[in-house]
Design a protein around this ligand. Structure first.
Ligand SMILES: *Cc1c(COP(=O)(O)O)cnc(C)c1O
Length: 382
């Protein structure tokens, strides 16, 4: 008899990999909160658990779902997305040259720029430009290429397969921040990346009530072991309650992300025709510079993040954001509620973000309601 077809990642996630509680037959797993575990009489730890800092059963359950979603042998959860990203750099075994996307999550970009204190050299490059990447990645020198795609807030698309080829030829590892794409639309490991990173605070959890970060690996090699050691040594593991909430959020990831994306497509079309809007940035639009690469690597959808430039400039943009009622004026993304943000105000004076840009995280509300609210806010005079 042939084996049955392997279950789709979506099926595994919905049932949280079948974890429940064998003792009570509950369909929902309990939260494992114990900080310590009983040693066997013969001095062994056969349960596989010793102490809560290196490891936790609820955390492992959520990690198993993320690994399945990314097609990875293993995933690790951290106390935040930034803790996951910094672990990738802190686990490098010697000072090296790092090439990173010019456009990326600003808080991590700032920390990465300061990683020169560990002896690393960092070059921020427009990673959507493959010639620029070929010129920046130096064989024998570059140890890590860190990219974010789609990149905040213009949704800049980097070709993961092409960059992985460039990096691997030079002997460098590739880490992809795939927070915005989600495993629903992109599986970076299948495109050649070595590590995929998520701010699980965003779509993976999806309900704006957990701060968490995830890494998933293409293989359990020395680099991955050092990343595991960094998490344990720095005490950067996610807490069990957060892991449990994340496990619950992951069950609906596929449906949430697809529904939010459908609304984002509608809004990108409607807003593209709006008289008060100068430009719409959405990788699903044919006028987006990264559209062709996105069509190739984002299987089935372009995500639910878009940005708009308001015709009246910075004050008109801030004014429109002040007048929305349904959209929430807040930073972050990927939750069920739609968020609007004047991005330059958050990023500070040296941001590459245009001053008239509003970033939209499209949630699960009705798309017509979302458009009507924005339309009203954009039309009202400043
Ligand atoms: C939010 C975010 C991060 C940082 O994650 P935290 O969970 O807030 O630490 C990293 N990358 C992207 C793309 C993000 O949106």
């Amino acid at each position: 008899m042939t084996d049955p077809a392997p279950l789709k990642a979506r099926t595994l996630a919905v049932q949280a990999m079948g974890t429940g509680d064998p003792a009570t037959k509950a369909v929902v797993p309990p939260v494992h909160v114990s900080t310590t575990y009983i040693r066997d009489p013969d001095n062994q730890y056969r349960s596989g658990y010793i102490y809560g800092r290196p490891d936790n059963a609820t955390v492992r359950q959520a990690e198993a779902v993320i690994a399945a979603l990314e097609g990875a042998p293993q995933a690790l959860l951290f106390g935040s997305g930034v803790a996951a990203s910094t672990a990738v750099v802190l686990a490098l075994d010697r000072p090296t040259h790092i090439v990173a996307s010019q456009i990326m999550y600003w808080a991590f970009r700032k920390w990465l720029a300061s990683a020169t204190r560990f002896g690393h050299r960092i070059d921020f490059v427009d990673s959507s430009d493959l010639d620029a990447m070929r010129a920046a990645v130096k064989p024998g020198e570059t140890g890590l290429v860190y990219i974010e795609t789609p990149g905040n807030p213009l949704w800049t698309i980097t070709d993961i397969a092409a960059v992985s080829e460039i990096a691997h030829k030079a002997g460098a590892a590739v880490c992809v921040d795939s927070t915005v794409a989600t495993p629903v639309f992109t599986r970076p490991l299948s495109l050649g990346a070595d590590i995929v990173m998520h701010s699980a605070s965003k779509y993976l959890n999806g309900h704006s009530d957990v701060i968490a970060g995830a890494l998933a690996t293409a293989r359990e090699d020395d680099y991955w072991s050092r990343i595991q050691a960094v998490r344990a040594q720095h005490g950067a593991i996610l807490g069990p309650f957060e892991a449990w909430l994340l496990l619950r959020g992951l069950r609906t990831l596929d449906t949430r992300v697809r529904a939010q994306t459908e609304s984002a497509i509608l809004l990108s079309t409607w807003l593209g025709k709006h008289p008060a809007i100068a430009q719409v940035f959405y990788p699903g639009r044919h006028d987006h510079p990264g559209h062709a690469v996105a069509a190739k690597q984002m299987a089935g959808g372009y995500g639910a993040m878009l940005s708009i430039r308001v015709k009246g400039g910075e004050q008109a943009a801030i004014g429109a954001a002040a007048r929305v009622q349904l959209w929430k004026r807040a930073t972050s993304l990927g939750g069920v509620e739609s968020l609007i943000e004047h991005r330059a105000s958050v990023e500070g004076p040296d941001t590459p973000c245009p001053a008239d840009l509003l970033r939209l995280s499209v949630g699960l509300e009705d798309a017509e309601d979302l458009y009507a609210d924005l339309d009203r806010a954009l039309r009202a005079a400043n």
